[in-house]
Design a protein around this ligand. Sequence first.
Ligand code: NAD
Length: 556
Amino acid sequence: MGTALIGDPGGPSLLLDARRNLDAAFTEREREDHGLIGLLPDGIESMEVQLDRARAQFADQPSDLAKYQFLSALQDRQERLFYALLRSDFQRFMPIVYTPTVGEACQRFGHMMRRPKGMYISTRRRGHIAKVLRNWPVKDVRFIVVTDGERILGLGDQGVCGMGIPLGKLALYTACAGVPPEVTLPIVIDVGTNNEAFLIDPLYPGIRQRRIEGEEYLSLIDEFVDAVQATFPDCCIQFEDFTNRNAIPLLNRYRERVCCFNDDIQGTASVAVAGLFGACRLAGTTLSQQTILFQGAGNAAVGIADLFVKELVARGMAFKDALDRCWFVNSRGLVCAGMPRLPEYLTRYAHSLDAVSIPEGAVAGPDSPMTSLADCIEAIRPTVIVGVSAVAHAFSETVVRAMARLNDRPIIFPLSNPTNKSECTAEEAIKWSGGRAIVATGSPFAPLHFGGRLFVPGQGNNVYIYPAVGMAVYASRARRVTDEMFLCAAESLARQTTDHDLSVGLIYPPVGSIFETSVQVAVDVARLIFESGLAREEHPVDIAEFVRAKVYFPEF
Ligand code: NAD
């Protein structure tokens, strides 16, 4: 208990320091030693009592957004209680601090903003970013989640209001996998916004200008990355919710020389591949038998495809054949050879249609011979459809029924967030496939009954991956983050899905046990980091013990 107070000036400042404040859990002795007598009611409370009160207050909030604000205020006041609360019931609290409610919080951020958290680095700081970073009170920052706010979930440009995402992500690094909160730092790079409503909103808290682009943008990000390296040498940078125009080039620019990753690309890929492992187990098929049609061709889609291809090649498939297992539909239709204006990262997936029979009556567009997803399904005959387009209802009844006609166990992953952008609901996928679909959704959906059976939809969300990879990187002080680590995480996650989980259609371990699951994934990934010589820490005798000893527990 006393560790909370080491080096503390005491008195009211102790109660205002969220990291050290225990409110009425301070003992009589601590109250005497630190000048707290009279500043608190005399009753001394355990964490359990404080948790009960917090749960009751949470339940009293009139809306999910009010619940979000309540949790945010609790984090500002008493950090340990905040994390203990999250860890006590992930099923209940995760949809509030994370998708879907965090999306609404970002949209309303400027209006409901109270105490600023994290750092805001705008174009006005160009040339001085390292100096700005030194204003952060903690010197040994090990994890930065940074966004430029341009593609927040499926909600588009939220400018600096996108700060909700780094905050939520980092809270889950700690809650789900035990990364100590004091080593984390959320950052928004404010390069302007093209959100018209924000540009004229007097309560918008960012700089009021259109986004900078091109070389002007890139040089600012370069300066930021260099400044992080200089200021926090052991820090890993997680790029978050950048639009695909920037996300993929930025990842390729830094991944070989900086400890960094992009969760939308690599974390999503990992959780999707883990889901495919589980789906194959459930369907009695193999990964090599799958053909995936992606609705959407951005960060998440290409990330999943690249990791899937890597895994197929590792299993012995020729690279070209593995590429042929992935097809994409973007806003212009089926991506195929000859489609104009394709970004470089998509060209290898732009297959010839010579061997494909285009259904009669298929609607062609100016750039593609097929523009409807249903027609593409008839032509490509995929075993898996993955929705990462943020186009709500794209997996229509026609689409799901076509998948169910072509496959005994169609694999249907509507992964877009938040909930109102999901390509279909879990219930729709189950109902329209007659209970045969294997489903994972990006945002949470409640369990349901169909045909007398219970179905528990899995949450195909990178929250199963990035906190765990983060914990492994933190514990080992990894020099780089590699795709192999994300494959390792996928395998570890899939191994932890039990036959009982699969019996109710759940292809991931339950969200309720995400802490235990994530720590195990972290141990497995840390083992790979040590084995591949990427750790800056010395190889410990027992890696599991080493990682577990570094896990943060929010105790009083
Ligand atoms: P992105 O902007 O990089 O890509 C979106 C893609 O959708 C683009 O290729 C675009 O052409 C395509 N698209 C737009 N309209 C379309 C249409 N009508 N038909 C077909 N395609 C269309 O975004 P992203 O990072 O790939 O994220 C996409 C979605 O996936 C978001 O909702 C995001 O929240 C979600 N996502 C979920 C997870 C998860 O863990 N479940 C992780 C990352 C992203």
